[in-house]
Design a protein around this ligand. Structure first.
Ligand SMILES: Cc1cc2nc3c(=O)[nH]c(=O)nc-3n(C[C@H](O)[C@H](O)[C@H](O)COP(=O)(O)OP(=O)(O)OC[C@H]3O[C@@H](n4cnc5c(N)ncnc54)[C@H](O)[C@@H]3O)c2cc1C
Length: 377
């Protein structure tokens, strides 16, 4: 049984990308009396199941800015993490862009509006023709497309390596990382937290940061806070062969069907909205027929942590002092982990936010001011 301290300033629940990033940013901000409690293994939740995509192409300007902040941090990964540890995990950053394929006039209108938002923030997304999309990925069938968008700064990387790097650097700064221990209760009264109960004993603390991904609703209930998030299963498949798709292939998404693919090691991964490979294959074979010639070696599934408006739920409780939370990422939580971890650390220490995410507070649902993200895969 893992040993846990009897008391600490801050307990982080969850050791995915968000919990690890939060631990790192807290430590950098000087808050090192922190225990991160993970019931399984680091990155063992949705994080390791992720396609690892990071993009600047969003509809909501806040998501564009959150993506840009994360990208900037991950572009200087070796320097950032290497300042604290000798061994920096290779995050295998393939900055080969994101290519969104559009076949629907309504989607094109949505993307055109979003392009203006992205351009105003300096994002170099291009609206391109189907022929130009085919020039980027020659194996694509583009006859029924009406347009595509491409942003060369987007890309994909290893979510496990990012999580391990943040956790290692946080630990080097004094954060205690405890794996194999489950948070079972949060003791609180009169609007204050006094302790966290775990499967390995009780930790006295005044602060809880919920980074429990799709399971954050359960942690919220322990604290008496309603966090409207639910787990939506999403499936992926891996082929050890690549069918001649180039090393520089962007993360390519058929927006209407949700089918997507990117190169992974010597082969490729693909996924979609459906659970059965035969169902996803209908879209894959239509758009990228070469996939039909490739062997499938493995498959897996994980949860999207879905919120009602497909935007993150991030903030500090207005009713329970020092209960902070970050979940509801709806398919883009890996890429938002760097900026969200930084924001939670700033909220905790009372620093001015680098990016103000106050409109992502859970209170927006009760206040009737939801804001919908449209670039959902
Ligand atoms: C197939 C798929 C593809 C995806 N592709 C992308 C993508 O390309 N880009 C992107 O940005 N996002 C993607 N996502 C979404 C992304 O994976 C998640 O949004 C992100 O990993 C959430 O990170 P997290 O740290 O909040 O949650 P998690 O990684 O789920 O971590 C939460 C952790 O909390 C732990 N936990 C829960 N309850 C307790 C408890 N009571 N006590 C202790 N520990 C607890 C869990 O064990 C878990 O490890 C994808 C998701 C899936 C499933």
């Amino acid at each position: 049984m893992a040993e846990i301290p009897r008391s600490t300033e801050i307990v982080i629940v969850g050791g995915g990308a968000v919990g690890a990033s939060t631990a790192f940013h807290l430590a950098v901000a000087g808050a090192t009396d922190v225990v991160l409690v993970e019931r399984g293994q680091l990155a063992g939740g949705s994080t390791a199941k992720s396609a690892g995509g990071i993009r600047l192409q969003f509809g909501d300007e806040l998501n564009v800015r959150i993506g840009a902040r994360g990208l900037t941090e991950l572009e200087r990964w070796n320097e950032l993490i290497g300042a604290h540890v000798d061994f920096v995990p290779d995050i295998a950053f393939h900055q080969t862009g994101y290519l969104f394929l559009l076949s629907d006039e309504a989607d094109l209108a949505t993307f055109t509006t979003a392009l203006a938002v992205q351009h105003a923030l300096g994002v170099p997304t291009q609206l391109i023709t189907p022929a130009e999309a085919k020039a980027i990925v020659p194996q694509l069938v583009v006859d029924d497309l009406i347009a595509a968008t491409y942003c060369a700064r987007d890309g994909h990387m290893s979510p496990e390596a990012v999580t391990q790097g943040y956790a290692a650097a946080a630990a080097a700064l004094g954060v205690r990382i405890v794996q194999g221990v489950e948070v079972t209760d949060i003791e609180h009264a009169a609007g204050r937290i006094s302790a966290v109960r775990t499967s390995a004993g009780t930790i006295m603390t005044g602060t809880v940061i919920c980074a429990a991904g799709a399971w954050s609703g359960e942690i919220g209930r322990l604290a008496g806070i309603d966090i409207p998030v639910h787990g939506m299963p999403r499936h992926m498949w891996f082929s050890p062969e690549n069918g001649g798709l180039s090393d520089t292939m962007p993360l390519t998404i058929d927006f209407a069907t949700g089918f997507y693919s990117h190169r992974e090691g010597p082969g490729l991964v693909f996924g979609g909205r459906e659970a059965e490979v035969e169902e996803v294959a209908v879209h894959a074979l239509h758009r990228l027929p070469v996939i039909g010639e490739l062997p499938i070696q493995s498959s897996w599934w994980g949860f999207y942590d879905e919120s009602p408006d497909h935007n993150a739920i991030v903030g500090e409780s207005a009713t329970l002092s020092r209960f902070l939370y970050a979940t509801g990422f709806s398919g883009h939580g890996f890429q938002q982990a760097p900026a969200v971890g930084e924001y939670l650390a700033e909220l905790y220490v009372g620093a001015a936010p680098t990016i103000d995410m106050s409109s992502f507070t859970v209170d927006r649902f009760a206040d009737g001011i939801e804001r919908t993200e449209t670039f959902i895969v």
